[in-house]
Design a protein around this ligand. Structure first.
Ligand code: UDX
Ligand code: ADP
Length: 466
């Protein structure tokens, strides 16, 4: 079976970049990315490539190459479904905020709506690919909806989880460690798997394309994210011990990372992991474990989240106690708001929780981030409902100039590891701050020695003072 026409439902951080790369690498396939969010689609179609809705290094030039050749962005969901041989579902699956499984289970309402829409529109057989992170056994729910349409159309459901990380999405898509495709073991299932393998084989070496059954594929995605998050929580747990004992967590990371059994990646201590996946996927895993009565398993994974919450709260507590137990009316400058560098995504960013804690202490927080908009920052902080609209605007400001942002501040907190922070004129920043001038580096990116020589009082995550 040769695929000629792909539709992707959901033009977000996953759907947009993934389809852009597929379109670039498969010029003979027409790829249409659809979304109900008209503003988002307009942004993908914007002739100014700086205005794409997702910022990813290298993405703009690939969009430019493929857009309007064989890559299209549209709000006409039905037409794209109708035309397609293969449909990717790449809509958001947030943690449920209501009802059974509240705060833990994934909210599948967007997925279900997509399945129902496909069922309604499809007139020819289709392969449906789950791209969003989903709890195990979602494929069977989708299949159930699709198989009961009564219009004789046959559907094959594949699971093809996305392992791209934001900020490196393009590289991760061009050179993936592996592509995972889960499908049915029937002859039709195997045909569908092969059709998707053939697409990736246009640029991914065959031995990097793994095929499994659907459940293994779905569970592998949750497992990968749980393991990665667990490494961050493990090193963050060690960062506290380092601070108490005078060890340096970056030295500990290096020392253990050279053990080939452990490896060097994901051992960077931080103010806490963020992003749309880690917390959501672990909560999902916890929910699945609990629903099978596996309470010990659930508790084990939940601890990764609890450690992460502790790390965020510990960081803001330290700011308050260092600033003589009160930050009321004091200006704290935030460098960074995104959940990691090289992305404009702020979902679950540690900065949001740290800001919330400090605002509750009546601090004046001023934020600079090179990629995150003022509108997004206020949206994030308003969403918490901790204070009203006016209070948030009174206590929190956003500044597009880092030097102005730090001016007259009592302390600077580094929340994202943007490279540009290392290149700043720190002497100039110091001269314009209140004294003593404090820096709280939640990412361990600044050279404490240089800052201390200037006169700053420095706290760097995981770095103890002997
Ligand atoms: C993650 C997975 O890496 C990716 O495979 C999956 O598809 C989606 O979820 P992402 O959330 O985009 O990707 O970013 P990632 O690089 O994994 O970072 C997640 C968070 O962990 C960030 O807040 C990051 O700053 C933090 N982190 C990461 C650390 O604090 N220390 C580290 O050593 C690594
Ligand atoms: P992710 O990080 O998983 O890509 P995003 O929130 O960035 O998540 O993107 C998901 C996109 O899916 C959003 O732009 C949203 O508007 C879109 N979406 C959700 N439900 C539907 C639907 N039924 N039809 C079309 N698009 C949808």
């Amino acid at each position: 079976m040769t695929i000629k026409n792909i539709c992707c439902i959901g033009a977000g951080y996953v759907g947009g970049p993934t389809m852009t790369v597929i379109a670039q690498k498969c010029p003979n396939i027409k790829v249409t990315v659809v979304d109900i969010n008209e503003a988002r689609i307009n942004a993908w179609n914007n002739s100014d490539l700086n205005k794409l809705p997702v910022f990813e290094p290298g993405l703009d030039s690939i969009v430019e190459e493929a857009r309007d050749r064989n890559l299209f962005f549209s709000t006409n969901v039905d037409a794209a479904i109708d035309e397609a041989d293969m449909i990717f579902i790449s809509v958001n699956t947030p943690t449920k905020t209501y009802g059974k499984g509240k705060g833990m289970a994934a909210d599948l309402k967007y997925i279900e709506l997509c399945a129902r829409q496909i069922a309604k529109v499809a007139k020819t057989d289709k392969i449906v690919v789950e791209k969003s992170t989903l709890p195990v056994r979602t494929a069977s729910a989708i299949k159930n909806i699709l198989d009961h349409t009564g219009n004789g159309v046959k559907f094959q459901i594949l699971s093809n989880p996305e392992f791209l990380a934001e900020g490196t999405a393009v590289q991760d898509l061009l050179k993936p460690d592996r592509v995972l495709i889960g499908g049915d073991t029937s002859a039709e299932g195997e045909q569908a798997i092969q059709a998707l393998v053939d697409i990736y084989a246009n640029w991914v070496p065959k031995d990097h394309i793994l095929t499994t059954n659907v459940w293994s594929s779905e569970l592998s995605k949750l497992t990968a994210n749980a393991f990665l998050a667990q490494r961050v929580s493990s090193i963050n747990a060690m960062s506290v011990i380092c601070e108490k004992t005078g060890a340096d967590v970056s030295e500990v990371s290096k020392a253990i990372g050279m053990d080939s059994r452990i490896g060097p990646k994901f051992l960077k201590a931080s103010v806490g992991f963020g992003g749309s996946c880690f917390q959501k996927d672990i909560l999902n895993l916890v929910y699945i474990a609990k629903s099978y009565g596996l309470n010990e398993v659930a508790d084990y994974w939940e601890q990764v989240i609890l450690m992460n919450d502790y790390q965020k709260n510990r960081f803001s507590d330290n700011i308050v106690s260092t600033l003589y137990n009160t930050v009321s009316g004091k200006k704290i400058a935030f460098l960074g708001w995104a959940f990691k560098k090289d992305t404009n995504d702020t979902r679950e960013s540690a900065a949001i929780k740290v800001a919330d804690n400090l605002l509750n202490e009546r601090a004046h927080v001023e934020v600079y981030d090179p990629k995150v908009t003022e509108e997004q920052i206020y949206t994030d902080i308003d969403y918490l409902n901790s204070r009203n609209y006016e209070e948030n605007r009174k206590l929190l400001k956003v500044n597009s100039d880092p030097y102005e942002c730090c001016k007259s501040a009592h302390a600077i907190a580094v929340l994202t590891e943007w490279d540009e922070f290392k290149t700043y004129d720190w002497q100039k920043i110091y001269n314009n701050m209140q004294k003593p001038a404090f820096v709280f580096d939640g990412r361990g990116v600044l050279d404490t020695k240089v800052l201390e020589d200037i006169g700053f009082v420095c706290y760097s995550i995981g770095k103890g003072h002997v």
